[in-house]
Design a protein around this ligand. Structure first.
Ligand SMILES: Nc1nc2c(c(=O)[nH]1)N[C@H]1C(S)=C(S)[C@@H](COP(=O)(O)OP(=O)(O)OC[C@H]3O[C@@H](n4cnc5c(=O)[nH]c(N)nc54)[C@H](O)[C@@H]3O)O[C@H]1N2
Ligand SMILES: Nc1nc2c(c(=O)[nH]1)N[C@H]1C(S)=C(S)[C@@H](COP(=O)(O)OP(=O)(O)OC[C@H]3O[C@@H](n4cnc5c(=O)[nH]c(N)nc54)[C@H](O)[C@@H]3O)O[C@H]1N2
Ligand code: SF4
Ligand SMILES: [Mo]
Length: 684
């Protein structure tokens, strides 16, 4: 019989796409991943996977995986040896340091890579004297890290995903989790089966709003007005939690005073909703036994992203909806390891474990623990600021790991110019992305299944996976590449394995102290904080007190700031961008997956039929969408999912970010991907 006698192994793994962190088994035969088996014992997905997880082998085994180090020679790529590639990288980086100082180096860490690679990268950056090490959380949940962190002391999901089952009301604001975090939907459905009421706040009709009992289709960029309206209603109706406010928060009197001149009717006028809808939402949320507040990019990707997060937190706090089963705040984080990459200090505000880079005592701590005579003090440049600095000649060389800013950063032409103006660019990737195509040197990296290491999901779950299969041809594990480059630059990081890096993380990041390799190797791993080897990990944060210095949460007074670009006679339509279920971010992986491409092959724009008829646009026809930054071609899809005056574009194909706005939130520096003023015309 065929197949008999061929040994098949099932090796536990974690999905490399989103931060839900679903587990599955890789079926490995003769050193090749040949299939997936579900993992019903995984606590988050209980074996469930979304279309991307199910199709992941099409990408892992793809023939276009990078296999050899490459050097650019004009428009051609020359295959070179690892020795030559690493020497050239060391030379490119050290030239910038010698001529312009350590601060002329910029590093983009990868929240698609594991904790150990990111820890090593930020350490190398700082040992080289550069404070400029950042990751894609900047484009995503940087408002959460600073906003939620400032309010509660910890900028992370307060409860876990399956705890949603215990919620009696779920307020999902600016999150399309049914497409972006599909496996979370099962817990929302369970909550619904238990009688929970679901409120979705989104200007568009989405797969998530289909689950809603109440869908608030507000005007984009008016969330603070809505949240203030809900707070006002709850205060007036006496459904706030007075004892929680008194015992556990600071700043209520100021917040209340700031709402004095404000009314629910005013909120209705500003948001385009009715006062009745706002009151209904406030009643459902504030009066339920346990309410969950979920938010994501509809909240963060605005020039008032941090204030939006603070307004969400204010509502949860004054209603006492936090710190209990089913009650809390669920920031729906993006990438498989974006939580961990931030925990590891691969972002400019923080050294590992959220030790502030601007605080000399945290820098001293790492000087001692790394045996480093000097380390850069103060906050470095964010990824978005690095692009400006590259254009101005302050950043001269960049090392980019697993990020594709040419497709994903706003205002593509500017990003492209910034990267082209560098003296030296190295990209470490699994595919030749649009960004890699601009590099001097491209380093082929092992993908998730081809290396050991840990990943921290959005519910703070630290999960270790072992290498299951070898990397293609000469592709190498990221950690060993980083160590080789650091050694050539005079810094022996001294790691021979990912386990050794984890041991150092256990020492330097208090929340990871008890997260040893053996303890996090089981399906589901352990949720941090896990401060000791006999600690079980923490499912729900802030139960007795908050992690702020005085143990109390801080309320904030915030007012809405309209988007930087508002529709004008020349650009009368509001463009918003976001996600669809089958594609993932730059699409560098999912656009290589035949089964996913079959479902959504090209850039499109959703247009309301009313607008389409006045603009003479037919369903399925090609249009040009233009903003101040230029134009892009897309196929029109006529749908009532967007209201008149607004269009939606997924950003997973080249083109969408040619036209998005690079206006930024002054606090977190996140770009306003969710609002630009555009016009649309039929394509020639
Ligand atoms: N399939 C898929 N899944 C993904 C990703 C992917 O690319 N594809 N990416 C991952 C990453 S990195 C992230 S960060 C997450 C993001 O996940 P989400 O944040 O859920 O995704 P988005 O589609 O960007 O935005 C969510 C919703 O915000 C709404 N919105 C826009 N403007 C406003 C507004 O002003 N107010 C409100 N209330 N809502 C608004 C949009 O209509 C959209 O439905 O997804 C992760 N999961
Ligand atoms: N218009 C618009 N633009 C947006 C957004 C939006 O809503 N609208 N959302 C923003 C958000 S939230 C985010 S997070 C960013 C995402 O921006 P990016 O982080 O640039 O997007 P990804 O496609 O996830 O890029 C990750 C890269 O890592 C590579 N990779 C995967 N695994 C590995 C590995 O193991 N090793 C190495 N070395 N590389 C690997 C992949 O091939 C891919 O090219 O996009 C932002 N851009
Ligand atoms: S929900 Fe996220 S982690 Fe789970 S299978 Fe889909 S992409 Fe992977
Ligand atoms: Mo993200």
């Amino acid at each position: 019989m065929e197949g008999v006698g061929i040994p098949k192994e099932l090796i536990p793994s974690v999905c490399p796409y989103c931060a839900v962190g679903c587990g599955f088994y890789l079926e490995v035969e003769k050193g090749r991943a040949t299939g997936l088996e579900y993992m019903p014992e995984h606590p988050t997905g209980e074996g469930g996977l979304c279309p991307k997880g199910n199709a992941v082998l099409e990408v892992l085994n793809h023939e276009e995986r990078l296999r050899y180090p490459l050097k650019r020679n004009g428009d051609e790529w020359i295959r070179i040896s690892w020795e030559e590639a690493l020497d050239l990288v060391a030379k490119g980086l050290s030239k910038a340091v010698q001529e312009h100082g350590g601060r002329s180096l910029g590093f983009l860490a990868s929240s698609r890579c594991n904790n150990e690679e990111n820890y090593a990268l930020q350490k190398m950056a700082r040992l080289l004297g550069s404070p400029n090490v950042d990751n894609c959380a900047r484009l995503c949940h940087s408002p959460t890290v600073v906003g939620l962190g400032g309010a509660l002391g910890t900028g992370a999901m307060t409860n876990n995903i399956r705890d949603l089952e215990n919620s009696r009301c779920i307020l999902a604001i600016g999150t399309n989790l049914a497409e972006a975090h599909p496996v979370v939907s099962r817990w929302i459905h369970k909550a619904k089966d238990n009688g929970a009421k679901i409120i979705v706040v989104d200007p568009r009709i989405t797969h998530t709003s289909w689950m809603a009992d109440l869908h608030l289709r507000l005007k984009p960029g008016t969330d603070i007005d809505l949240l203030r309206g809900m707070m006002k209603a709850a205060i007036e109706e006496g459904s706030i939690d007075r004892s929680f406010i008194a015992d556990r928060t600071n700043g209520f009197e100021d917040l209340k005073r700031s709402l004095e001149g404000f009314t629910v009717e005013k909120a209705a006028e500003l948001t385009g909703l009715s006062a009745g809808e706002i009151i209904k939402a406030a009643r459902l949320y504030s009066r339920s036994e346990a309410s969950a507040l979920l938010y994501s990019m509809g909240i963060t990707q605005h020039i008032c992203g941090t204030d939006n997060v603070r307004a969400c937190t204010d509502l949860a706090l004054i209603c006492g909806q936090i710190g209990r089963p089913g009650a809390g705040i669920w920031p729906m984080r993006g990438q498989n390891n974006v939580q961990g990459t931030c925990d590891m200090g691969a972002m400019v505000e923080f050294y590992p474990g959220y030790k502030r880079a601007s605080d000399p005592s945290s820098v001293d701590l790492f000087k001692t623990s790394w045996g480093a005579p000097s380390l850069p003090e103060g906050q470095g440049m964010t990824s978005t600021e690095m692009m400006d600095a590259a254009l101005e000649g302050q950043i001269r060389a960049m090392y980019v790991i697993g990020e594709d800013p040419v497709i994903c950063d706003p205002n593509t032409s500017k990003t492209q110019k910034a990267l082209e103006s560098l003296d030296f660019l190295v990209v470490q990737e699994i595919f030749l992305t649009a960004t890699a195509k601009l590099a001097d040197i491209v380093l082929p990296a092992a993908a998730w299944a081809e290396k050991d290491g840990s990943y921290t999901s959005m519910e703070r779950r630290i999960q270790w996976i072992d290498k299951a299969v070898p990397a293609p041809e000469e592709a190498k594990e990221g950690l060993s590449i980083i160590c080789e480059i650091a050694r050539r630059l005079g810094h022996d990081l001294n790691y021979t394995s990912a386990s050794e890096v984890l041991e150092e993380i256990n020492q330097t990041v208090p929340a990871y102290r008890g997260a040893t390799r053996s303890r996090i190797s089981n399906p589901g791993g352990l949720p941090w904080p896990c401060p000791a080897e006999d600690h079980p990990g923490t499912e729900i944060l802030h139960v007795g007190g908050f992690s702020t210095p005085d143990g109390r949460a801080n309320l904030a007074v915030v007012e809405n700031v309209p988007p930087a670009e508002v529709p004008s006679p020349e650009y009368p339509i509001l463009l918003t961008t976001g996600r669809i279920v089958v594609h993932y971010n730059s699409g560098s992986m999912t656009r290589r997956s035949p089964s996913l491409m079959e479902r959504d092959p090209e850039l499109y724009v959703e247009v309301n039929p009313e607008d389409a008829s006045s603009l003479k646009i037919a369903d399925g026809s090609m249009v040009v969408v233009s903003t101040l930054r230029g134009g892009t071609r897309a196929k029109a899809r006529l749908t009532n999912a967007v209201k008149p005056g607004m269009v939606f574009m997924p950003f997973h194909y080249h083109g969408a970010n040619l036209i998005t706005s690079d206006a930024r939130d002054p606090v977190s520096k996140i770009p306003e991907y969710k609002a630009a003023a555009c016009n649309i015309v039929p394509a020639e």
